[in-house]
Design a binder for this molecule. Structure first.
Ligand SMILES: *Cc1c(COP(=O)(O)O)cnc(C)c1O
Ligand code: SF4
Length: 458
């Protein structure tokens, strides 16, 4: 018998795509935009410079990008802004992260700069405060919807304004040229919130959102953090900020802000309480070597960071992009927590996706990496049902685009509806939605299949 020589075992090289998440934009990438060609690294990393130079009017924006886009694009965007529900505010970091050779399809452009040419008619059942947050607000600035947790909105400004903001009814606008970086509401206006939380022993978990915690002055991070830590039954807190995704350099150059945050985190830990940061990345291009350095600071100082993403058409609604985002986030020690279905917000119908898209992408993502880094895909049930796993609908009609949801632990006995965007339905179906009686029938049919009634709608 002949012994065959076994070939030496060799690990095949990793396919390049599997390492793509580690390739982070580095160097002076902002020099590609002529408006920032003379900006050195120290200036670009200065958070004051970023805030001061964030564009706050359409005209400032057009001036900044005039060398890289044509007149047709500017005319399209000018008309887009005329119809948009949100004020404009975009950081130099984001403007420099857009691929201006592809201004129509770039995923960051799509989130911050509206175009008239891609605008789509709202679904007839859209309302402005689709989450009905006002109804669950016992004192101004606090939303208490779930028994053991509450959402505190201490201010109304953000470092940027997203086209798709769920709180477009409340957030911004900001006056041109006025830097509100250090302005929130006055701490006096927060006292009733602290009093309410103190009087409700069932509340263990506070989300401090906004607006955006990046806009809170260091002394107010400390004031809010300490006031809540001092309430014995408060066990967990999350400061929410989009800042890491839109202005990561603040973590590198705003030492007082980072120190204030770390101070609250450390004090909480010493008391046996968890204080973390929640952030909001939507596309892998939002993560650069600057983000990696910022996360290195936070990680080494013991600040745990979780991410919430909004699923958006043309931004992250394909499995490859979502996978790259998840891998890139976990690579820099950010835990992907949620991917939200886009809320039923007016004026951004071009960004919404169908429930089916969320189901498909979830299936593609789950299993690709650690389970604890696999986000849960959710639909924040319109009408105040709260966040539901996208797979948990009671009924989903792919033809009419109507899905029916229940939330037994939040609003028992109630039914909630989500509507796929009209322009993802067949032309026949789109015509049906233009007739009010047919709308009512499609909704009643879906509710009947789900075992509910129109009377039980939230
Ligand atoms: C999202 C949200 C929370 C926090 O919910 P989690 O699922 O724990 O992240 C709390 N209150 C309100 C009103 C919310 O919308
Ligand atoms: S950062 Fe958040 S709250 Fe502010 S505009 Fe964007 S989505 Fe809205």
């Amino acid at each position: 018998m002949i012994e065959l020589e076994t070939p030496p075992k060799r690990t095949p090289p990793a396919p390049p795509a599997s390492l793509e998440h580690r390739r982070l934009r580095d160097g002076a990438f902002w020099h590609a935009l002529p408006h920032y060609a003379g900006i050195d690294e120290a200036t670009f990393l200065d958070h004051h410079w970023q805030a001061r130079n964030s564009v706050k009017t359409p005209e400032e924006l057009f001036e900044t990008i005039s060398a890289v886009v044509d007149d047709a694009f500017i005319a399209d965007a000018r008309q887009g802004f005329e119809h948009a529900p949100m004020a404009v505010r975009v950081s130099p970091y984001l403007l420099a992260s857009i691929d201006w050779s592809q201004p129509y399809t770039d995923p960051i452009r799509r989130q911050f700069i509206p175009l008239l040419s891609t605008a789509r008619a709202d679904h007839p059942r859209l309302t402005l405060d689709s989450l009905h947050e006002q109804e669950d607000s016992p004192v101004p600035g606090l939303i208490h919807r779930y028994a053991d947790k509450a959402l505190f909105l201490p201010l109304q400004t953000c470092p940027v304004y997203c086209r798709f903001c769920t709180r477009s009814y409340a957030i911004g606008p900001d006056t041109a040229g006025v830097d509100k970086l250090e302005l929130g509401k006055t701490p006096d206006s927060w006292a009733p919130v602290f009093a309410y939380v103190a009087a409700h022993p069932e509340i263990e978990d506070i989300v401090i959102s906004g607006g955006d915690a990046y806009q809170l002055a260091p002394k107010n991070i400390t004031l809010i953090g300490e006031a809540l830590l001092a309430i014995p039954h408060v066990r967990r807190m999350r400061f929410a900020t989009k800042g890491l995704a839109v202005m990561p350099m603040k973590i590198l150059t705003d030492q007082p802000w980072v120190d204030a945050l770390v101070g609250v985190v450390d004090h909480g830990r010493a008391m046996g309480k968890e204080v973390v940061l929640h952030t909001h990345f939507n596309h892998p291009n939002e993560i650069s070597a600057i983000t990696e350095r910022a996360m290195d600071v936070l990680f080494k100082r013991g600040v745990y960071v979780r991410n919430q993403t909004v699923l958006m058409r043309g931004v992250n609604d394909d499995a490859a992009t979502m996978l790259l985002l998840v891998k890139r986030l976990e690579y820099i020690n950010i835990h992907p927590y949620y991917v939200y279905m886009h809320d039923l917000v007016s004026g951004v119908e071009d960004l919404r996706t169908s429930v089916q898209t969320a189901l498909d992408i979830e299936k593609a993502v789950r299993g690709a990496t650690a389970g604890y880094n696999t986000p849960t895909f959710i639909c924040d049930a319109p009408g105040g049902g709260g966040k539901r796993d996208v797979h948990s609908f009671e009924w989903y009609d792919r033809d009419t685009g109507v899905s029916v949801w229940t939330a037994p632990s939040v609003k028992p006995g109630k039914y909630f509806l989500y509507f796929d965007p009209l322009n993802t339905l067949t032309p026949t179906m789109q015509t049906r939605w233009s007739v009010p009686e047919l709308q009512d029938r499609m909704i009643a049919d879906a509710l009947a299949h789900a075992g509910g009634t129109v009377a039980a709608l939230a």
